[in-house]
Design a protein around this ligand. Structure first.
Ligand code: GLC
Ligand code: MG
Length: 534
């Protein structure tokens, strides 16, 4: 594995800082809390932690509205606490990835305060200001991704500004070279502090159509969907000029050694892979979110894997994501019984896996009563299921009243099952999902074939997904039963005895000596097909 870079062979673990570990009893997670849990991450076996935004912010969108790109919000700590986190992480061999939010700032960012102060301010052109149409209405039909119109009227200067999200999140003007340089300086500020890379927020939205053309109507819009899907984001997303910006960001990182550029991108595969850039000069890892939205069945997932692998440009490194802070948790989407199968899939596919905090203990969405809703997206379009609070609840560490997360009152309610589902208890149980995650990660670290090997023979037989991984002499087959019934399938690989390296059931299975193998309901297995010498 020596020739693979850390972000190719490694595993990324996403921390939503508000919800991971509180250290000061204010009910909100913080950087000192993260430091306290670094040994947990080492024991889990992950290689890098990605922190959702920690920068000073009015928290209209919980940190995705940045007021100062080069500091830490007092809620989370300060720069000294951050330096300590980097030091403690690096000392343990863990990398640290930050969340860069370059598409928009907070409306309280000094850049925007200046920009809205007058039409003549030097920062005016740092944001997207436009005149109304003759009847006073917004310049065009563009919408906010949280619902409602995308243009906000500013009476003092008699122009509209554009916001892809909340009106408290004005979009920066990425056509302005000064904006670009200012953000590249932000990258350097953190790279110089030792940060190992960035996950770039909504990287496919940075550039909007210069001619402000109206977005077309979406012919397949369903009335039960979030209202912004009424239009297709033809002129507000994935514009061709955006590629040059990704390349410029990459240039900034390339002046340092082995830093990683990850892009948040929700696009169909053929457009997604464009973000690797011409000659792979773009993002190292354009996030592959296909497992977030696909129907959970063997044939569909076999197809997704094959299509993705086929679409990857030569030399591009794949990646897979099961969950994040914007999507319902995997255990809720597919059911607790299939969560171990999802874990085995994520950790045996070819490409860098990203784990969302709590997935490793099988955390599920938590129903949040209407009067406790925090998420602005839910507040903007209540009751249609777009809210993101359910997947952002505090990490469940132990059976204490507040799950070991805080000594105070948690900012978001805990899962009702936290007394039974928590790290302390699952760590004692050799058949728990946490034990499975640890074993899968350990196997991935031991066998280069599972981490960086080739991916071969992807097939779906009834409800069983089968694929193989190979590297050097190492040869493994992965069989995943997406069904809730026992099945017998033909065993792939050569006609030699195969060793069951691991079953998601975590019991002793005995070796698979015969040409077929029986899988139990919701079971996945890794078979070792490595031919022994002689
Ligand atoms: C990204 C973030 C999401 C945020 C949005 C606006 O999609 O992941 O949480 O609300 O950008 O910044
Ligand atoms: Mg705190």
């Amino acid at each position: 594995m020596s020739d693979a870079i850390w972000w190719q062979r490694g595993i990324v673990y996403q921390i939503y800082p508000r919800s991971f570990q509180d250290s000061d009893g204010d009910g909100v997670g913080d950087l000192r809390g993260v430091v306290r849990r670094l040994d947990y991450l080492v024991a889990l076996g992950v290689d890098a932690l990605w922190l959702s935004p920690i920068f000073p912010s009015p928290m209209a969108d919980f940190g995705y509205d940045v007021e100062d790109y080069c500091d830490v919000d007092p809620l989370f700590g300060d720069l000294a606490a951050f330096d300590r986190l980097i030091g403690e992480a690096h000392r343990r061999g863990l990398k640290v990835i930050l969340d860069l939010v370059p598409n928009h700032t907070s409306d309280r960012h000094p850049w925007f305060v200046a920009s809205r102060a007058s039409r003549d301010d030097p920062r005016r052109d740092w944001y997207l200001w436009h005149d109304p149409r003759p009847d006073g209405s917004p310049p065009n039909n563009w919408l906010s991704n949280f619902g409602g119109g995308g243009w906000e009227w500013d009476a003092a200067t008699a122009q509209y500004y554009f916001h892809s999200f909340l009106k408290e999140q004005p979009d920066l003007n990425w056509r302005n070279p000064a904006v670009r340089q200012a953000i590249y300086d932000v990258l350097r500020f953190w790279l110089d502090r030792g940060v190992d890379g960035f996950r770039v927020d909504v990287i496919w939205l940075l550039i909007k159509d210069e001619q402000l053309r109206d977005n077309p109507v979406n012919p397949s819009f369903r009335p039960d969907e979030a209202s912004q899907h009424r239009l297709l984001p033809l002129y507000t997303a994935d514009r061709p000029e955006g590629q040059a910006i990704v390349e410029e960001m990459r240039d900034v990182l390339d002046a340092y050694d082995e830093r990683v550029l990850i892009g948040e991108i929700y696009l169909p595969v053929e457009r997604l892979v464009a973000y690797y850039g011409k000659d792979l000069r773009g993002a190292h890892l354009p996030f592959n979110f296909q497992l977030l939205s696909t129907a959970w069945n063997a044939s569909g997932i076999a197809r997704i894997i094959a299509e993705y692998e086929a679409a990857l440009p030569p030399g591009a490194w794949p990646n897979w994501v099961l969950g994040n802070h914007d999507n319902h948790r995997i255990a809720s989407r597919i059911g607790a019984a299939q969560a171990p199968v999802a874990a085995m899939l994520l950790l045996t596919l070819r490409g860098t896996p990203t784990i969302y905090y709590g997935e490793e203990i099988g955390m599920a969405d938590v129903a949040i009563p209407p009067d406790e809703v925090q998420d602005p997206y839910e507040k903007q379009q209540p009751g249609i299921g777009v809210g993101r609070d359910p997947e952002r609840t505090p990490m469940q560490w132990d059976a204490d009243p507040n799950a070991g997360f805080t000594a105070g009152r948690p900012w978001l309610r805990l899962a009702p099952d936290h007394e039974a589902r928590n790290v302390a208890m699952l760590a004692q149980d050799p058949t728990s999902i946490l034990a499975l995650y640890r074993r899968l990660i350990a196997l991935r670290r031991t066998h280069p074939a599972l981490a960086v090997g080739r991916l071969e023979h992807v097939v779906a037989v009834d409800e069983i997904l089968i694929f193989e991984r190979r590297h050097g002499a190492g040869h493994f087959a992965i069989l995943l039963n997406f069904g809730h019934e026992d099945r017998v399938v033909a065993r792939p690989g050569p006609e030699i005895p195969a060793i069951v390296l691991l079953s998601t059931v975590l019991d002793e299975r005995g070796d698979a000596l015969r040409p077929e193998i029986a899988l139990r309901a919701d079971e996945g297995v890794i078979l070792d097909l490595t031919r022994l010498p002689g």
